[in-house]
Design a protein around this ligand. Structure first.
Ligand code: IPE
Ligand code: IPE
Ligand code: MG
Length: 258
């Protein structure tokens, strides 16, 4: 695939994932290895986060979701939590003009209610101001937890049953795709490719529902060292994989392309 500037990429436009999710891990270890405060790692990581949205848009990826803060991250030292919240507000404020110019639409996945008012206000303003962006969806996952998302959906279902808006027969024939519509991800494309940097091979409560069939890819690079080449290598690896969803390879090959 050729970029506008003539650079060729190691995959074709037809094979790129529609939704890529990234667990941006390793900021703290990157900082420690340089005798810097952990927050400096988060600052450098924020630069990479800004860039990866651009790399993804150039590769015709429709949605990119970045794990910025998990429901478990509240238990970190208070100064790190405060620093991360302040950093988010600063970065989004600084990047608003650029996002609008580049056609980036900001969306949020996670429970905004627990965030400090200033962070929440900046987020709401940025989401509203980028709503017309058509080039790529940047889904910022903040105070996100996959288990919490599923518990919330189960609670909604229980309430609907209790109020009578869903019948017993409907409940008996409830399918996974019906349940997905109750999840926070209702309007998101399914995650095709889930990348984790920083060398750990775990999901850490990210995108649990879609992880069922997402392709997983792990990189040993600490997040602040992650770069365009490493990202496009992951996309290229994805484009070579055969996703079978429980079928046989022969079945997949004989399927008419959509
Ligand atoms: C990921 O980097 C960023 C957040 C969780 C906010 P870490 O801060 O987890 O970095 P390590 O894993 O300690 O190196
Ligand atoms: C996952 O990283 C969360 C984010 C990247 C925001 P963590 O560093 O919190 O995950 P664990 O603790 O290694 O599982
Ligand atoms: Mg970590």
């Amino acid at each position: 695939m050729l970029l506008g500037n003539g650079t060729s990429l190691p995959f074709t436009k037809d094979n790129v994932p529609s939704h890529v999710a990234v667990i941006m891990d390793g900021n703290g270890r990157w900082a420690r290895s340089r005798n810097l405060p952990r927050l400096e790692g988060h600052r450098r990581g924020a630069d990479v986060a800004r860039n990866i949205v651009e790399w993804a848009a150039d590769a015709h990826i429709r949605q990119i979701s970045l794990y910025a803060f998990s429901t478990e991250n509240w238990e970190r030292p208070q100064d790190e939590v405060n620093g991360l919240m302040a950093l988010l507000a600063t970065i989004l404020t600084a990047q608003l003009g650029n996002m609008r110019k580049k056609g980036v639409r900001l969306r949020i996945l996670g429970d905004m209610s627990a965030l400090p008012t200033i962070t929440r206000t900046v987020i709401q303003r940025t989401v509203a101001a980028t709503a017309e962006g058509e080039r790529i969806d940047f889904i910022l996952c903040l105070n996100y937890g996959g288990q919490q998302e599923i518990v919330d959906a189960a609670r909604t279902l229980a309430r609907q049953f209790h109020e009578g808006s869903i019948t017993e027969e409907a409940l008996d024939s409830f399918r996974p795709e019906d349940f997905r519509r109750l999840l926070w991800r209702d309007t998101l494309l399914p995650v095709d490719l889930l990348i984790r940097t920083g060398g750990e091979c775990r999901i850490s409560n990210f995108h649990l529902w879609d992880a069922a069939y997402a392709e997983l890819y792990f990189s040993d690079l600490f997040w602040p060292d992650y770069n365009k080449e490493a990202f496009y290598q992951a996309i290229a690896a994805y484009s070579e994989r055969e996703r079978r969803f429980g079928l046989t390879s022969a079945q997949i090959k004989s399927k008419p392309s959509p």
